[in-house]
Design a protein around this ligand. Structure first.
Ligand code: 5AD
Ligand code: SF4
Length: 572
């Protein structure tokens, strides 16, 4: 069994060609294929990934490459550039935590920086283009520094995240300016990789892991005094939707143990964080297999299937929600992203039950056509999806829904696109992320289908979707005028000085600063981190405006209203 697992691990590793350590100034790259030929074991892989030449002793839980490496010569200031999703923001906080512990400093001023770390995204071509553009700029900056009187402190450029994983060769061989390339599972290795660059080497580690969750790394927020925080609960994805590169760049799905998550949320609560978003590629398939409960496994709902074997035993997403939401009833809990297949009744019940779990559910449909969904390998039909929407609405009265939609996927006909439009008409999404399809190398669609929808057709469909979405949102939001929303205050707008916060559906709500009744019946101004009851007086498609009524709390706001009868935004 152990042998099988290891063989499979090595096969996966080889297939993804993820380990690619390179000394650009000297030898040819040594790749995994060569190492496999000589029959290395797991231990050798761990050594190899560090390129440590001295003998060492594997001494778990210490990973040798994290303790035995040359230190970077002197204190270095790091400038972070973050592209892509919330997961990338959280990963950058993990990276910053690791570097801070190793004596690095952070700066937000380009001229002060010695190291630029670019957290990249590979999900669509557009995301990648922005990063190439930024790299051009950094290359110029590096050249100028090399010619300046400050040249004894050369600039280093590091590429982190999904693009690093996808484009390792191109980044090193063609983009000569890049000094470090680190994939999503090798951030612990960054201090060593950066130290290697001191002697002019290019350092690369894009090894994907089966178990790295950074469970023991407490992310350090890039932005101090934040009201909300992200907590990664799992990494990777096993779903293999045919259009998606994520399983190739982020690797196999693995969950962080509940205990470390509860600890992190407690820590955040003690520091005044009022809202926690649980993050992962597919949070609702969360499974902490370190805790065996003996509970029987829930079946997937009728009409849903997966390409992988469903996991057995362990603590599931419903258990995690239960534990995390109980830590502090005044901390709002959100989560993203989710897959429609993993919404058993237990999950819906705990969401419905807990006032502090936001009643906005992400149900990414991707398409409204069963034929397109089949080509996308989403594992459900339009009908099964609509049944799920009904079940969700019935279990969580007043629930809000969000979605991701793709138009112009391989072979999408106008009729199939119209089915997406009709799904958007039927479902009343509060939030939608709409994308024109962008073919990615390595994906199943790349190998199996033709990217045959012309760019102008994709563009046209995309703008029709956007138009429909905005019109529907405008109507949904206008219907809220006159209602009172619970708003968590985030800060103020630079331009107008107005207060800005978010309601339960993550919609922005703006209002004028005012002294309003406080919890102890005095009066005080509104500040970030406050929960305020706001009467909605104006609506646009992506923002509401209102009048602040009084300071409140989650429990006070919803006290009089039973969950079954309430609309989750309104207070009577
Ligand atoms: N093209 C367009 N959109 C994509 N997404 C994922 N891959 C692609 C692609 N190749 C979208 C999906 C996913 C979201 C995060 O990005 O809608 O849910
Ligand atoms: Fe990509 Fe599908 Fe996984 Fe989402 S569920 S990350 S779309 S493969």
């Amino acid at each position: 069994m152990l042998f099988f697992q290891r063989t499979k691990w090595l096969t996966d590793l080889y297939r993804n060609s993820s380990l690619y350590l390179c000394r650009c100034n000297s030898n040819k790259p040594r790749n995994v294929k060569d190492k496999l030929k000589n029959g290395p074991g797991l231990k050798e892989f761990i050594i190899a990934s560090s390129e440590i030449t001295e003998p060492y002793v594997l001494d778990p839980p210490n990973i040798p490459y994290l303790t035995n490496y040359p230190q970077i010569a002197e204190t270095r200031k790091v400038f972070f550039d973050v592209y892509g999703c919330q997961m990338n923001l959280n990963d950058t906080e993990i990276v910053w935590s690791i570097l801070k512990k190793n004596g690095f400093e952070k700066t937000e001023v380009e001229e002060e920086a010695d190291i630029f770390l670019v957290m990249t995204c590979a999900i669509r071509e557009g995301a990648e283009s922005k990063i190439w553009y930024r790299l051009d700029h950094l290359r110029g900056f590096k050249r100028r520094r090399a010619l300046s009187k400050n040249r004894q402190k050369p600039v280093k450029i590091g590429i982190l995240g999904c693009m690093a994983e996808r484009l390792k060769e191109k980044l090193i061989e063609k983009e000569k300016a890049v000094d470090v390339v680190a994939g999503p599972d090798s951030y612990r290795d960054l201090p060593r990789l950066l130290a290697l660059t001191d002697s002019g080497q290019t350092a690369v580690n894009v090894l994907l892991s089966l178990d790295e969750t950074y469970a023991d790394v407490m992310p350090v927020s890039l932005n101090e005094n934040k009201v909300s925080a992200f907590v990664s609960i799992m990494r990777g994805c096993d779903n293999m939707c045919t259009y998606c590169i994520v399983p190739f760049t982020r690797g196999r799905e693995r969950s962080r143990p509940v205990t470390s998550l509860v600890e992190e949320v407690r820590y955040l609560a003690e520091r005044g964080v009022r809202e926690v978003t649980l993050l992962g590629q597919n949070v609702n398939s969360y499974r902490d297999v370190t805790q065996q409960t003996g509970a029987t496994d829930t079946q997937l709902a009728k009409g849903f299937k997966t390409v992988y074997k469903t996991k057995k035993g362990g603590l599931r997403f419903a258990d995690l929600l239960d534990k995390v939401s109980a830590i502090d009833p005044e901390i709002r809990i959100r989560f993203t992203a989710a897959h429609p297949k993993d919404f058993p009744d237990e999950v819906l019940e705990v969401i419905s039950d807990r006032p502090n779990i936001c009643k906005l559910l992400h149900l990414p449909a991707q398409s409204g056509s069963s034929a397109v969904l089949e080509r996308m390998r989403r594992g459900y039909t339009r009908e099964a999806y609509l049944d799920l929407v009904d079940r969700v609405k019935q279990k969580i009265p007043g629930v809000g829904l969000s979605t991701d939609m793709i138009c112009g996927f391989c072979g999408e006909t106008e009729e199939e696109f119209q089915e997406t439009m009709s799904l958007m008409e039927i479902v009343d999404y509060n939030v939608a992320f709409l994308f024109p399809y962008s073919m990615r190398e390595k994906t199943t669609a790349y190998r199996r289908y033709k990217d045959d929808i012309p760019e102008e057709v994709k563009k046209d469909r995309h703008s029709r979707m956007l138009e429909l979405y905005r019109r529907k949102c405008q109507a949904l939001n206008e219907a809220e005028i006159g209602n009172t929303h619970l708003v968590l205050v985030e800060g103020s707008l630079k331009k107008t000085g107005q207060i800005i916060g978010r309601n339960e559906f993550y919609l922005r709500v703006v209002f004028d600063q005012a002294e309003i009744v406080s919890e102890d019946n005095g009066r005080r101004l509104v500040k970030p981190g406050d929960y305020v009851a706001v009467k909605i007086t104006g609506a646009r498609s992506s923002v509401l405006s209102g009048i602040p009524l009084y300071h409140t709390s989650i429990s006070q706001f919803y006290r009089e209203v039973s969950w079954g009868e309430r609309s989750c935004l309104k207070q009577i």
